[in-house]
Design a protein around this ligand. Structure first.
Ligand code: B3K
Ligand code: ZN
Length: 878
């Protein structure tokens, strides 16, 4: 079947499974190329079904060895088998036992779905549809079974054997060099949560006592010798478990919780029941090899996967259309955790930066889809920023609208009522409707309608009457072929600030006690009374809704918000808005006056002087300008990435001229002597110091280079070392090449550090980078079969280097196209992910558009292009 003919799966076609599986016993005999899997399935017809249907089990590249029903081998007339399907024409219409034996080759499995090997160790990845690569099954999330797994392997090859649930028994198999372990998971679960691991692994562990006094053994398994790099992950796990008890009342439910780090993994991590499997990038950390950002990511992802134990595992999804039910909710939970552990304001700004750069762009391009999609060809292409990040924003808005107490009551009801079941978005919202007595049907549009709403605001102040009127309009851009977009329920957190910075105690009965106004029509207006001074409205505080805002506040007013607003998010936003105005005009070749430049640069200098020392992490964010892709997004069409790059550089230079002096001072005063600590306060100081070197280098490359070289030589942690190398890469010349060579050989045996080195070089915004990337693809540490390597080098080039990926001669597109075609043979999920870099192609000016289209067509023509890649190419071209 040509992939474009792959069937479209539609939400409206959902039907319960005609058969259910209550218990699964798996016997897995690990072997590098001939692993034997015997599945004993306790099946029965679904009482909600019509009855009499054939039993159709999913498979993928499977090799069937034997099949029997209730102990009787089946004859050819009873079933039909292919690598993709096992069909029993007339299964018993009563409970029965089906035994299936399959043989699989984990070494040949380069897709990293199902059972595969990573650095010689056996591991699995089953979400979304990898279990069917292990055995034939009803591989859908609404079939929940209790699993017992027996794993057998060579003792030498795999001394550690891990499964879901609790360990039951194990030991040597006499007279052989093999051993086995049996694991039992008492909690019914869908097949996508199945996992096993077998290999040589080192371990760190500790005991955890839950709030009701249950003892749990926690362990993190890593490559032997790297145990000390797992301490931070273990600590983050313990903190996550405590936090979920305190904030959501959720307790852990098994005797053990294991995490295993592997080096070949398609995404960040996987929440398999009691046995999380992680990309080692999100487990391993030491001050010498990991940056502050790595530490923060590890903390967030450890928490995310742990939180899935309730939001995803105990309550799972009825079908894959409901993916946001577990992902959006769990992202919201991990964001709240990180905010509590770190600085809430700083974290919120980081979240919004990610949302805008990834989700807003997705929502504005050819891959746009609702948070709950209504159709798909390849579900693995829907683990998107929209499902995850916009999904989390919906939960955040719900909490803002109904308030903290009702939010918690609703969550409790949801977990209690749907525990052990496969639920839907309707079930979720229903719990909150019941608790609050509210009708949430209008709010539920957030799940159904794609596109980012734009809210346009006008304000009018009447000094005599002491009133201020704010009028709101909302509009969501039309998607071709879809019905007209409806207005959304938008919570607007707002306040009025006087020019001197004092909050104005104005009155408006449509704003609740938390300062939130619910805007749910196409147009609306609010009048505040008792407005005793000229107000500057501060709107969408804390980014209270995932919308774009048009509000023509003069630069002076915005910069007054930067100085005075009580809402840190809006202080940051104010500086970003002024910078964006300038950047857009510069990019379009329009004039920007000296006064305008000076106004922003001086305001930033004042800000650095007043706030730099007090909140360095926040100050580092305020100093970072909107990214090149953010600027492209804002302009929207006829994009010339070179012009955007030049504009951003010009503004950076202007700002750095003003700020370099106070930043030099901060560079010295913020130095933290003593041992490295990954905590948020120390990380914040490093963030501002390192931003300072960059700014200084913009204003005075010679001085910047000197500082960066000195820091590169003397840094005692990876954060400072990498930051200085980053600054050096912005200054062409021998110093840069020497530093890159030193770093490359210093970390020759540290793949995760070399990834940073690949990524930095791929992001250098110079025409020579193309050749550099091609050359690095031949580096001995590079491999097309390792997703981390490919993402570091090729992913960074196409996603982070806007001017070079989008070269006018099309060579950047060609490079990506070539890599995609090669990677697709090995790992379709990875090739599909790489292809999403093309999703902004229609925004480009004509020459680039034509070149990008050529590459996309070339990729589409590949005869056996995977379904994953074909789905993305097709939707990108449509
Ligand atoms: N649930 C996994 C993602 C699985 C992706 C499958 N293509 C990780 C997470 O979101 O927690
Ligand atoms: Zn998740």
């Amino acid at each position: 079947m040509r992939p474009e003919n792959a069937p479209v799966i539609r939400l409206e076609d959902y039907r319960p499974s005609p058969y259910l599986i209550d218990r699964v016993e798996l016997d897995v005999r690990l072997h590098p190329t001939q692993t034997r899997v015997t599945a004993t399935l306790a099946l029965r017809p679904n009482p909600n079904g019509i009855g009499g249907d054939p039993l159709v089990l999913d498979g993928d590249e499977l090799n069937l060895r034997a099949v029997s029903v209730d102990g009787h081998a089946l004859s050819d007339r009873d079933y039909e088998a292919s690598p993709q399907l096992l069909t029993l024409h007339r299964p018993p219409q009563r409970p029965f036992t089906l035994i299936i034996e399959t043989e699989i080759d984990p070494t040949a499995n380069t897709r990293l779905m199902g059972l595969y090997r990573s650095s010689g160790n056996y591991c699995t990845q089953c979400e979304a549809d990898g279990f069917r690569r292990i055995t034939y099954f009803l591989d859908r999330p609404d079939v929940l079974a209790v699993y017992t797994t027996r794993i057998e392997a060579d003792r030498d090859e795999a001394p550690i054997l891990l499964g879901n649930g609790n360990p039951v028994e194990g030991g040597a198999i006499e007279g052989t060099n093999r051993h086995y372990a049996v694991w039992h998971d008492p909690h019914p679960k869908p097949s996508y949560l199945f996992a096993l691991v077998g290999g040589r692994l080192g371990k760190v562990g500790k005991s955890f006592t839950t709030m009701s006094g249950r003892k749990v053994d926690l362990a993190v398994y890593v490559e032997p010798g790297k145990e000390s790099r797992a301490d931070y992950a273990l600590d983050a796990l313990e903190r996550s478990m405590r936090w979920d008890e305190r904030v959501f009342g959720r307790e852990y439910d098994l005797d053990v919780f294991n995490i295993v780090a592997v080096s070949d993994f398609n995404m960040g991590a996987m929440e398999n029941k009691g046995l999380n499997i992680f990309n080692d990038k999100y487990v391993l950390a030491s001050s010498e090899t990991a940056t502050d950002v790595d530490y923060a990511n590890i903390e967030a992802i450890i928490a995310h996967e742990y939180f899935h134990n309730w939001s995803g595992n105990r309550v799972t999804c009825r079908d894959w259309f409901q993916l946001c039910l577990k992902e959006g909710l769990t992202v919201f939970r991990d964001q709240e955790f990180s905010s509590d552990e770190r600085s809430r304001a700083v974290h919120r700004i980081s979240e919004v930066k990610v949302l805008r750069s990834r989700q807003f762009s997705e929502d504005a391009g050819p891959l746009a889809h609702p948070v709950r999609p209504t159709q798909y060809r390849e579900i693995n292409n829907f683990y998107t920023a929209t499902v995850y990040e916009k999904g989390a924003e919906i939960i955040r808005m719900l909490k803002t609208i109904i308030g903290e107490a009702d939010f918690r009551r609703g969550m409790d009801l949801y977990f209690e009522r749907y525990d052990g079941t496969a639920a839907t978005v309707e079930n979720f919202l229903g719990a909150f409707a019941e608790i609050t007595g509210r009708d949430l049907s209008h709010f539920s549009r957030w799940y159904a309608q794609s596109g980012t709403p734009r809210v346009t605001i006008k304000s009018q102040y009447d000094a005599q009457a002491q009133t201020c009127t704010l009028s709101f309009k909302q509009e969501t851009p039309q998607t071709p072929g879809q019905t007209e977009k409806e207005p959304m329920v938008i919570p607007v957190a707002l306040g009025l600030v006087a020019e001197d910075g004092k909050p104005i105690d104005a009155l408006c009965n449509r704003v609740d006690e938390n300062g939130v106004f619910i805007f749910d029509g196409r147009e609306d207006s609010l009048t505040f009374t008792n407005v005793t001074a000229r107000p500057v409205p501060s709107l969408f505080r804390g980014f209270s809704a995932p919308v774009k805002v048009s509000f023509d506040l003069p630069d002076d007013d915005l910069l007054s918000l930067l100085r005075h607003d009580s809402d840190a998010f809006n202080r940051w936003q104010a500086a970003q808005s002024v910078a964006m105005r300038i950047l857009v005009r510069l990019s379009k070749g329009e004039q920007v006056s000296e006064t305008e430049f000076d106004r922003l640069a001086l305001a930033l200098r004042d800000f650095v002087e007043s706030d730099g020392e007090r909140d360095p992490a926040f100050a580092a964010l305020v100093l970072s300008l909107p990214s090149e892709s953010d600027i492209a997004q804002e302009i929207g069409s006829d994009i010339n990435p070179d012009a955007i790059h030049a504009a951003r550089l010009a503004l950076r230079r202007r700002i750095s001229k003003e700020c370099a002096a106070p930043l030099q001072q901060l560079y010295r005063s913020l130095a933290t002597p003593g041992a490295y600590s990954p905590n948020a306060a120390s990380a914040g100081r490093r963030a501002l110091r390192n931003a300072a070197v960059g700014v200084i280098a913009d204003a005075d490359p010679a001085l910047g280079e000197m500082l960066a070289r000195e820091q590169f030589e003397t840094a005692t942690n990876m954060t400072d070392q990498l930051a200085s190398l980053g600054v050096l890469t912005t200054i062409p010349g021998q110093a840069r090449e020497d530093a890159l060579a030193t770093f490359g050989s210093r970390y020759r045996d540290e793949p995760l550090v070399l990834d940073k080195w690949f990524a930095l070089q791929a992001a250098i915004p110079e025409p020579e980078t193309l050749e550099r990337v091609k050359k690095l693809m031949h580096h001995s540490a590079f491999s097309l079969s390792n997703p981390n390597r490919v993402r570091a080098l090729v992913g960074s080039f196409s996603m982070l280097n806007q001017s070079q990926f989008n070269r006018a001669d099309g060579a950047g597109y060609d490079l990506l196209g070539d890599v995609v075609l090669r990677v697709d043979e090995l790992n379709p999920q990875l090739s599909a992910r790489l292809l999403t870099a093309f999703s902004a192609w229609r925004m480009m000016e004509n020459t680039r558009q034509a070149r990008a289209k050529n590459t996309l067509l070339r990729v589409r023509e590949k005869p056996d292009l995977s379904r994953d890649a074909s789905d993305i190419v097709q939707r990108t071209l449509d």
